[in-house]
Design a protein around this ligand. Structure first.
Ligand code: ADP
Ligand code: MG
Length: 155
């Protein structure tokens, strides 16, 4: 399911909306080039979870944890990871834990991902302006298919 947006706020609103449907252990994969809107989307998602802290890109820290919302948010950036380094990082424990896992650049650890997840692909199209983005949702598994149906189909 694909949507067009024209402002960062609009991208955030998609994250905010989906936050209402999430439960512990959920894994959200955010893919797309630098500046495509992955972290912006995460800001909206965090807002939807009631997190008040400012969301910063986890590029250098790999994982940032936010505990002040309805559920913990584990925001990860896999750009610097090698596939196979999940153990070191305790990825499995995060996936089986008590919070929501949001992973930017998930393609770098594609062999370490669980079977069910919501993948979201962000793209720019400069011919349509600086702020234009497409946001494409690819749910895998029953839970995420249901979320997409309930949250977006009737938009
Ligand atoms: P990423 O995490 O994918 O590298 P960011 O979310 O950090 O991307 O950065 C996106 C940048 O693009 C921000 O500076 C944001 O303000 C800008 N931007 C402009 N239009 C949009 C839009 N429609 N959606 C998301 N970000 C946008
Ligand atoms: Mg980012």
């Amino acid at each position: 399911m694909k949507f067009n947006v024209n402002t960062p706020e609009e991208t955030m609103s998609y994250g905010k909306k989906i936050a209402n449907y999430l439960k512990p252990k959920d894994v959200i994969l955010l893919d797309g080039d630098l500046g495509a809107g992955k972290t912006t989307f995460t800001k909206g998602l965090a807002e939807g979870l009631g997190i008040k802290r400012n969301i910063k890109s986890p590029t250098f820290t790999i994982i940032r944890e936010y505990q002040d919302g309805r559920l913990p948010l584990y925001h990860m950036d896999a750009y610097r990871l090698d596939d196979g380094s999940g153990d070191e990082l305790g990825l499995e424990e995060y996936f089986n834990g008590d919070g929501i896992n949001v992973i930017e650049w998930s393609n770098f650890i594609e062999n370490e991902l669980p079977s069910d997840y919501l993948k979201i692909i962000f793209k720019r199209d400069d011919s349509k302006g600086d702020n234009y983005r497409t946001i494409d949702f690819h749910p895998k598994g029953e839970h995420f298919n249901k979320i997409i149906k309930e949250s977006y189909l009737e938009k």
